[in-house]
Write a protein that binds this ligand. Structure first.
Ligand code: UGA
Length: 468
């Protein structure tokens, strides 16, 4: 099938490359001509595992092209809209890029076009989109608008695209769902060879969920907001654990075994970041408020998240007494591992707070240094964690990169002025770090717990029998 994808950001480029990989002929468009040229040379505008080789392979095979939006949509029959919807000052999503694409499609497309909205948008955008397409149509365009929200996580976007839990389609006519089914057939039936994991060939088939467009749009915002709520919830439980002498890891484990709760997204720490959760929670609050619903629950989710940075700074302050003039090493700049994305990254906010307090910050990240430099030009960037730790009075862990698990702590101990580790991601066991000679402060756990492994889990069937 011939498919156009408008937007070559995280969602658009991943979607375009993955659709090409499963056999479609894809043209990916972007307004930024320099970016298109980079992509034609297989240079990625951001880091995402496996994306570079997939883009380059499909481009060489002629299944993936990069063009300007006008020529991409001319005569197109299927268009995925994957442009950005950044937050406005008031928290609402800025839909100007979506509106611009609608106009481009309306002006350049003749005959029938299936317009698929993948960007995260407020409920009722699909309906607006349809109106705009008809309004600006110059060549007798007939179209259907579908909402097909994405659930890709940065850092594992390719894996998520090929092996989703569910594919959600919001349509106004049943027949349109059949067209979408055809596009996604290899993924729905898991009949392709997964290019990133050979062991995924027998992966589970995803659920196929067909709704109306409004409901599909809400599924996306409600899902992200719910996950953000889980994180803020466990962060409050972590604070309570610190206050009463409990261990949040064990509490989360015990809670997560209830399938109604689920174990995922119960990792406490420095809070959620990235270009999705913070803006989507804000936008969802605004959407609800415009519809006359006061979603105050989500406002609190946001407030709790904002307080995570100050809470971590306070822990550092309590140990160092005075922050001004002290050298502090920060391990991790990206908002999460396996990405170079620093948008709304907790690490960036934390560094800003430390610098405001007068700290001298030396930072290390395996991927995100260049992007961080553009927003924080005045701190010291290092080429290794060891360089960052030299003469530091505290090491703060802000991103749980796998590389940090393999650090030589004996070596780090020799380099630092003071062996203090404040872990915003609970990467290590308190007892283990104490044995290595560090004063270790994490989230929701006691500093020098003697019962690191003191949780005993009976296999679920036996547990069930015991409870009976
Ligand atoms: C999120 C969703 O997980 C995707 O399903 C969705 O498609 C995407 O937003 C989007 O809307 O485009 P992403 O922002 O890439 O994906 O990252 P997540 O893995 O969800 O993590 C978000 C933030 O929450 C990170 O800062 C992470 O460190 C934090 N987090 C996550 C926690 O603090 N604790 C947890 O238990 C899990």
């Amino acid at each position: 099938m011939k498919i156009s994808v408008i937007g070559a950001g995280y969602v658009g480029l991943t979607t375009a490359a993955c659709l090409a990989e499963i056999g479609h002929s894809v043209c990916c468009a972007d307004n930024d001509e320099a970016k298109l040229n980079m992509l034609r040379r297989a240079q990625m505008p951001f880091f995402e595992p496996h994306l570079e080789e997939m883009v380059s392979r499909n481009y060489r095979a002629g299944r993936l092209q990069f063009e300007a939006p006008d020529s991409t949509v001319t005569g197109a029959e299927v268009v995925f809209i994957c442009v950005g919807t950044p937050p406005l000052e008031n928290g609402e999503a800025d839909l100007s890029a979506v509106a611009k694409v609608a106009r481009t499609i309306a002006e350049h497309t003749t005959g029938y076009c299936l317009v698929i909205e993948k960007s995260t948008v407020p409920v009722q955008t699909g309906q607006q989109l349809k109106r705009q397409l008809q309004l600006y149509s110059q060549k007798g365009l007939r179209c259907d608008v579908v909402s097909n929200p994405e659930f890709l996580r940065e850092g594992s976007a390719i894996q998520d695209f090929f092996h989703p839990d569910r594919i959600v389609i919001g349509v106004e006519r049943e027949e349109v769902a059949t067209q979408l089914r055809e596009i996604y057939r290899p993924i729905l039936e898991q009949t392709f060879t997964c290019p990133v994991h050979s062991e995924c060939t027998h992966a589970q088939k995803p659920a196929w969920i067909v709704t109306d467009t409004n409901s599909a749009e809400l599924i996306k915002h409600a899902s992200n907001s719910f996950l953000a709520m889980k994180i803020s919830f466990i962060n409050m439980v972590a604070d309570l654990c610190e206050a009463v002498g409990a261990d949040v890891t064990k509490v989360a484990l015990g809670m997560g075994m209830d399938p109604r709760i689920g174990a995922a997204f119960l990792k406490p720490g420095i809070g959620f970041g990235g270009f999705c959760f913070p803006k989507d929670v804000q936008a969802f609050v605004r959407i609800a408020s415009k519809a006359g619903c006061d979603f105050s629950l989500l406002k609190e989710v946001e407030n709790i998240n904002k307080r995570r940075i100050e809470r971590l700074v306070e822990k550092v302050r309590q140990e160092l007494w005075v922050i001004r003039g002290r050298k502090i090493a920060v391990f991790g700049l990206a908002f999460k591992p396996n990405t170079d994305d620093v948008r709304f990254a907790p690490a960036i906010e934390l560094i800003r707070a430390l610098v405001r307090d007068g700290a001298k910050v030396s930072a290390y990240d395996p991927q995100a240094t260049e992007k961080a430099r553009t927003v924080l030009p005045d701190i010291q960037y290092c080429s290794s964690p060891y360089e960052a730790a030299q003469e530091a009075e505290a090491i703060i862990i802000t991103t749980e990169w796998e590389e940090f698990r393999k650090l030589d702590w004996d070596e780090l101990k020799k380099l630092v002025t003071r062996p203090l580790v404040v872990d915003g991601r609970n990467m290590f066991q308190p007892g283990e770090m104490t044995c290595r000679g560090f004063h270790y402060i994490s989230t929701g756990r006691q500093p020098e717990s003697s019962t690191d492994n003191g949780v005993s889990i009976t296999p679920p069937q036996e547990l069930h029998a015991v409870l009976k």
